[in-house]
Write a protein that binds this ligand. Structure first.
Ligand code: PLP
Length: 391
């Protein structure tokens, strides 16, 4: 493999490369369809038309209705908006939100903020694989609860939640259900109607679309106030001239990501299983994080005892491999991942985490290269580790 020219990109849960087809579609918009979608003349109508098509593409991908799709600037915005606006709507009649301790920071930090405004946030515990304990969740529900917020699949350890069951519990109790489906879309099928989902967040850059554009799905009938005040865009819900090229790119990307999902998922699972088996067989004192089966097709997350994840990343980078120790949004901090702590790992083990996340662009050859490269890196770091000497 010619590694001087090529990088092995294994951080697809952080972001994905914009696909060629999406780039082409966006370039066309930037060149020809740049009118203001609110303008009444033809150039505006054309821009409005391409947004309409993108809304249909999103609705088709998740079995929603185009009227239920709202474009945002990212999933962080969508998550913030759901939590803040629903809290505004219900407070002070109802004040309780139930969530999990392994949500993305855009949910957890927003909830921290809402606590200061009088919202009671309950964290439903997860088991050692990261599954929400559904019986505990049921016990936490009371008359004061207005929302359950639980991600569909975890961005660090890949665990896929029993979302249908959680959706049913919410429905039976007359509580809204929001799911952050950022990592799930394009990797596993999502059918909103089957899953009893009321609100859902997505982000284009996680499925080979551009950065700076996301989706908030709001089921018809859910009462929520305007996200951004101003003009009448997004049915008055989110004012501001639309990011037309981004929205069209998202539409194209979601269409491509959700076609033939079974074939893609099968391919990713083959690569993932080879990677997991190869790592577990060649590197002792390694822990696989997340559920071995019910996990995202392209997610590998392991902890190597006695060493630091950050030093593994530096060594991998020298060898041309891009990886992560956890969530990209928090990897600037030296604290161990809140997800790994929540599934019960002690600090010293959680520090040695490595996340390798695949896309359909990865090849078998790249996986073999990682399996050749990683064991000596771990061995070298362990040789220098004061922790292992104390064993
Ligand atoms: N939710 C999850 C599960 C994520 O993994 C991420 C990004 O890493 C986000 C939300 C935030 O997405 P965005 O980058 O669009 O704000």
């Amino acid at each position: 493999m010619n590694l001087f020219k090529r990088r092995v990109y294994l951080d697809n849960n952080a972001t994905t490369q914009v696909s060629k087809a999406v780039r082409k579609t966006m370039n066309r918009v930037l060149k020809y369809q740049w009118g203001n979608p609110s303008a009444g003349y033809q150039k505006g109508k054309t821009a409005n038309g391409v947004i309409k098509k993108a809304r249909e593409q999103v609705a088709n991908a998740i079995n929603g209705h185009p009227h239920e799709i709202y474009f945002t600037s990212c999933a962080t915005e969508a998550n913030n908006m759901v939590l803040k606006l629903l809290s505004d709507h219900f407070y002070p009649t109802k004040t309780k939100i139930i969530t999990s301790p392994i949500e993305h920071s855009s949910v957890l930090k927003t909830l921290e903020y809402l606590k200061t405004k009088g919202i009671d946030v309950q964290y439903c515990p997860v088991d050692q694989y990261g599954f929400v304990l559904v019986d505990e969740l049921k016990k936490q529900i009371d008359d004061n609860t207005f929302l359950i917020c639980c991600m569909l699949a975890n961005n660090e350890i890949g665990t896929i939640q029993p979302i249908k069951e959680i959706g049913e519990i919410a429905k039976e109790n007359n509580i809204y259900f929001h799911t952050d489906a950022v990592q799930a879309i394009g990797n596993i099928p999502i059918n909103l109607k089957e899953l009893n989902i009321d609100l859902l967040s997505l982000s284009a850059h996680k499925f080979h679309g551009p950065k700076g554009v996301g989706v908030l799905y709001i089921r018809k009938g859910v009462k929520i106030s305007n996200m951004i005040h101003g003009g009448g865009q997004e049915k008055n819900m989110r004012a501001g001239t639309e990011n037309v090229a981004g929205i069209v790119g998202l539409g194209k990307a979601i269409e491509l990501a959700t076609i033939d999902i079974e074939k893609k998922s099968k391919y990713l699972i083959t690569l993932r299983e080879r990677l997991i088996k190869g790592i577990m067989e060649s590197i002792p004192d390694t822990i696989l994080n997340g559920d071995p089966i019910n996990r995202l097709p392209g997610n590998v997350n392991v902890c190597f005892k006695y060493i630091e994840g950050e030093s593994i990343l530096l060594m991998l980078e020298i060898k041309g491999i891009c990886a992560s120790s956890g969530s990209a949004c928090t990897s600037g901090s030296l604290n161990p991942s809140h997800v790994l702590l929540a599934i019960g790992l002690p600090h010293e083990i959680a520090h040695g985490s490595l996340r390798l996340t695949l896309s359909e662009e990865n090849t078998q050859e790249e996986i073999e290269y990682v399996l050749e490269t990683l064991p000596p890196i771990i061995q070298n770091l362990r040789n220098m580790s004061p922790l292992i000497n104390k064993k």
